[in-house]
Design a protein around this ligand. Structure first.
Ligand SMILES: [Zn+2]
Length: 454
């Protein structure tokens, strides 16, 4: 097995930042070396090591993007599957993703898990799944022991909107109560008030004007539902994360942690990067996702919550569609979703660390460690320590990155981030002890990603 030693790096460990490096192989991290304390890995024969000089770059754990869609649902094909999406992830410094097992009306738990495991067999990033409890949740939960004990899936995705998956708050309460007895279980919840959306859609009718997407899903559509879920977490004591949260009122709930259970928010780079002004005009169709883009004031509130360490998870909800499926659609028929998996890490570095004073330990928390803790992957993932997986990213703070098709390695045919210039550059990426991105090219084998049982 070949060993690698990275030297001259600013290493971000759970104990803080040290100057030095790490030694690792495919089995994991063997040593964390602090140049100042000379605690270098004694007994390692230098001749057997490949040495990488980081030249002062930051060394951080491989990113964890806990919300991506590499195929998996709907009639309109998502641009990326596991093969192409995982290449994008690696080029962006993300080495672990969480995707979904979303059953169709005909599928039971065994069928959907088998289908998604087959889809993921070409992944070059490590992966875990959220299991979607659809309207057939009572049937699906009959296979609970199979889902959890045989497959190692212990996170459940709940939706309060969308055909086939719309759960009422009473349904959610029932699910929470049934599953509250095992603290290893977690929930990721898409929270929008379906009745309010339907009511506003009836009032405003259909249109190709994408500003109506924001008008029919105002802040209150999200906040009312999240507030109710916050109450259900306190009532049942479950551990829940609100997916892709967007607005100031939602973020304010973080100031009021529930007496029992755990209440987390996830947000995505697109809510930090763009406002609903992007929905105007023919280009507006390219910027559609739900919940929709919000105001500058909402963005400021999300950043405040990130900088204070209360909003702890940054995902992408990567769900890109080719432009031909977006352009010319109406706001009620358009496939919602945008790209992001390749840009999340450098976006957080540039806009968080370089521009707003996010510390590097906070950056690691936001991009990997917090998700690893919440979803039961820590310290194997999201951590630079002896015996953790050797998923490592070197970030060159002096470099720059222009986001968009010039850098893209996945199957998207446009990026909402096109032309945005970021401070910093993903210089090299290692996954499972092997180099998978050299700064220009992804050099990973499709299928080299592993399923992470929880
Ligand atoms: Zn999603």
């Amino acid at each position: 097995m070949c060993r690698t030693r990275i030297v001259n790096a600013r290493v971000v460990t759970p104990q803080g930042v040290c100057y030095g490096g790490v030694v690792f192989d495919e089995g994991g991290i063997i040593a964390v070396e602090d140049a100042a304390s000379e605690c270098c890995a004694a007994g390692l024969d230098d001749a057997s090591l490949t040495t990488v000089d980081a030249d002062g770059a930051w060394l951080v754990p491989g990113g964890i993007d806990p919300h991506v869609h590499f195929g998996g649902f709907g009639d309109i094909p998502i641009a990326d599957d596991f093969r192409t999406g995982s290449f994008g992830a690696l080029a962006g410094g993300t080495t672990t993703v969480m995707d979904f097992c979303e059953p169709t009306v005909e599928e039971d738990a065994r069928a959907v898990i088998a289908r998604r495991m087959a889809d993921a067999s070409v992944s070059s990033v490590d992966y875990a799944f959220h299991f979607v409890l659809s309207e057939q949740y009572r049937d699906l939960l009959r296979d609970l022991a199979y889902i959890e004990d045989e497959c190692g899936i212990r996170d459940y995705k709940l939706f309060t909107v969308y055909g086939n998956t719309t759960l009422s708050l009473d349904d959610v309460r029932e699910i929470f109560m049934r599953l509250a007895d095992d603290p290893r279980r977690t929930f990721l919840i898409h929270a929008e008030d379906a009745e309010l959306v339907a009511c506003l859609e009836d009032e405003l009718g259909d249109s190709t004007d994408m500003r109506l997407l924001a008008e029919t899903r105002p802040d209150a559509v999200e906040f009312r539902e999240v507030e109710a879920l916050h109450g259900l977490v306190a009532e049942t004591g479950v551990r829940a994360c609100i997916a892709h949260s967007t607005c100031a009122e939602t973020a304010a709930l973080l100031d009021d942690p529930p007496a029992r259970g755990e209440f987390e928010l996830e947000t995505c780079p697109h809510y930090l990067a763009f406002t609903s002004e992007k929905l105007a005009g023919p280009e507006g169709a390219r910027f559609t996702m739900v919940p929709p883009l919000r105001s500058a004031a909402d963005q400021a509130a999300l950043w405040d919550a990130i900088l204070s360490g209360k909003l702890r998870i940054l995902s992408t909800d990567h769900c890109p569609y080719h432009a031909r499926y977006k352009d010319g659609a109406t706001y009620r028929t358009i496939p919602n979703g945008v790209d992001g998996v390749q840009w999340r890490m450098i976006y957080a570095f540039s806009e968080g660390v370089a521009k707003r004073g996010l510390t590097m330990p906070q950056f690691v928390d936001l991009t990997s460690a917090n998700a690893a803790h919440f979803y039961g992957m820590w310290p194997r993932k999201g951590c630079i320590a002896v015996d953790s997986d050797a998923d490592l990213v070197l970030i060159d703070p002096a470099g720059t990155t222009v986001l968009g098709m010039g850098e893209n390695v996945s199957a998207i045919d446009y990026s909402i981030y096109e032309g945005m210039e970021m401070s910093g550059r993903i210089a090299r990426v290692f996954k499972g002890g092997r180099e998978v991105y050299d700064g220009e090219r992804v050099c990973a084998e499709p299928g080299s990603g592993r399923f992470l049982a929880r």
